[in-house]
Design a protein around this ligand. Sequence first.
Ligand code: URA
Length: 236
Amino acid sequence: MMRINKYMAMCGMGSRRKCEDIIRSGNVTVNGRTVSELGQKIDPEKDKISVYGKPLRPVTDKIYILLNKPKGVISSVRDQFGRKTVIDQIGWSGSRIFPVGRLDYDTEGLLILTNDGELAYKLTHPKHQIEKEYLCIVRGLLKEGDMKKLREGIDIGGFVTSPATVTVEGFENNMTKVRIIIKEGKNRQVRRMFEAIGYPVVYLRRDRIGGIRIAGLETGKWRYLTSKELEMLKSI
Ligand code: URA
């Protein structure tokens, strides 16, 4: 027996949390009955589970893709407003894959796409404290005292961030190029952190997640993760 969200993740429906959202939306049935309890246990051998009316089967072939997302692309599988998605960006027509976590519409950089719900769960769960490194250009000349605030943790509206690593790479035209490493992944976190100290972000790119780097992959291009990269992620 296992929890239904775990089984859905094994079947490539998304991270466990994403699967809980699908359960809440009333689109999951077990033996023909709509699931109302998130913690429901199922027996994959005996129970018939359907999502959006289609029977679920465990994924056997795992897919792991690294995309250097450009601006103007939404990091989801579908978009209700018809905007270009990361799936459109890579021209994918194979079996269902989904992005691990999110990058804003206007943010560039490293995004992993997979059908491995368990790995997605691990990578996005705050308890694993995985480093995410961003290159930002902010308006204004970043002062040492303000960097200290980011290094110590700052309130971004109902949430105090944990200490970040912050390094200035240069100043130009009243702007600062700065590298920041965080271990959390709140919605628009980096933008909100700089906004909280009065420096709006004008450019944002994610360069690294854990040991995986985007260097060498042009903006808009994608490749499969190497087995070495995959090993690294799985050992987290
Ligand atoms: N922080 C942001 O502000 N935006 C992103 O896309 C990722 C991290």
